[in-house]
Design a protein around this ligand. Structure first.
Ligand SMILES: C[S@@+](CC[C@H](N)C(=O)[O-])C[C@H]1O[C@@H](n2cnc3c(N)ncnc32)[C@H](O)[C@@H]1O
Ligand SMILES: [Zn+2]
Length: 265
């Protein structure tokens, strides 16, 4: 049986009024949105990770459904695995977590290091359990999760191996070769295709890799800007190149998710 763990002493947390408390009396309040901050340290998640504006912009973009066919492809894979517990690692503002919860009849956990992201995720009231945590120290029991999903985020192999049950699965999503190709073709004179890698993960065997590709039609400048800000290109593009994109009122671009499924040995 999976349970949240105290980030200080690693003993089990149980509900105590409006808080979660361990046997050693470490206590963590439930925020009014319904999530728990289990990140230790003075910053408590408020200054770490994505800020409020980025979180809101990401949520409003994703909620418009531009990535929906690819998100559904991930959910279809999950449904065939029939997990009882799913963990959305680096869940962001909860778009995928909500879709997972609505597709699978199972217990769903989502966490992110950004308090702003988790706050928005919890506000979705989708029935998933959300908490703020660092993926290098996930506050969950060993071997407690049937399937973890991991979209557009860094890997932490050691912790994934620890929390996923033997025979359980990790679904990892990265940008595919053609992801946002047309956006890159506007920005750069010589755009590069993304490199698709299926790295070996110690203790796991890759059992399936495939791409989900569709074309999204962005119909206003605000959405083009929001998508651009969600990408690493936003931070690595000259002001002059950025201008090229921001003169557009619409953009058709490929959305290419490279989906890799691993089974824990
Ligand atoms: C590109 S976003 C992807 C979010 C979500 N999976 C999605 O696809 O919409 C990457 C996320 O990873 C989170 N993140 C980065 N480092 C983290 C860490 N060490 N522990 C937990 N979350 C982390 C960020 O706060 C951010 O929300
Ligand atoms: Zn404790």
């Amino acid at each position: 049986m999976e349970a949240l763990l105290c980030p200080v002493c690693k003993s089990e947390l149980t509900k105590n009024g409006n808080a979660l408390r361990c046997a050693n009396t470490h206590s963590f309040d439930t925020a009014k949105e319904g999530y728990v901050n289990l990140l230790t340290g003075s910053k408590s998640g408020s200054l770490i990770g994505d800020n409020r504006e980025m979180a809101r912009s990401r949520k409003s973009f994703l909620d418009k459904g531009y990535f929906e066919p690819a998100a559904k492809a991930v959910c279809r894979e999950l449904m065939t695995l029939r997990p009882e517990t799913v963990l959305d690692i680096c869940c962001g503002e909860g778009y995928y977590t909500q879709m997972i919860k609505e597709s699978c009849e199972c217990k769903v956990y989502g966490f992110d290091i950004s308090k702003e992201m988790v706050r928005l995720a919890a506000k979705r009231k989708c029935g998933a359990t959300f908490f703020v945590a660092n993926m290098s120290d996930i506050p969950l029991e060993d071997n407690s999760i049937d399937c973890a999903v991991h979209l557009f985020a860094p890997l932490c192999e050691k912790e994934f191996l620890r929390v996923i049950k033997p025979g359980g699965y990790l679904i990892s999503v990265c940008p595919g070769t053609d992801h946002l190709w047309e956006m890159k073709a506007v920005l750069y004179d010589t755009p590069y295709k993304n490199e698709e890698l299926c790295p070996e993960i110690d203790g796991f065997t890759a059992v399936k890799t495939f791409n989900s590709v569709h074309t999204a039609k962005l119909t206003c400048r605000e959405d083009i800007d929001a998508l651009f800000k969600m990408t690493p290109y936003y931070y690595h593009t000259s002001a002059q190149d950025k201008e090229k994109l921001l003169t557009l009122d619409s953009l058709k671009t490929k959305i290419d998710f490279y989906i890799r499924i691993y089974r824990k040995d």
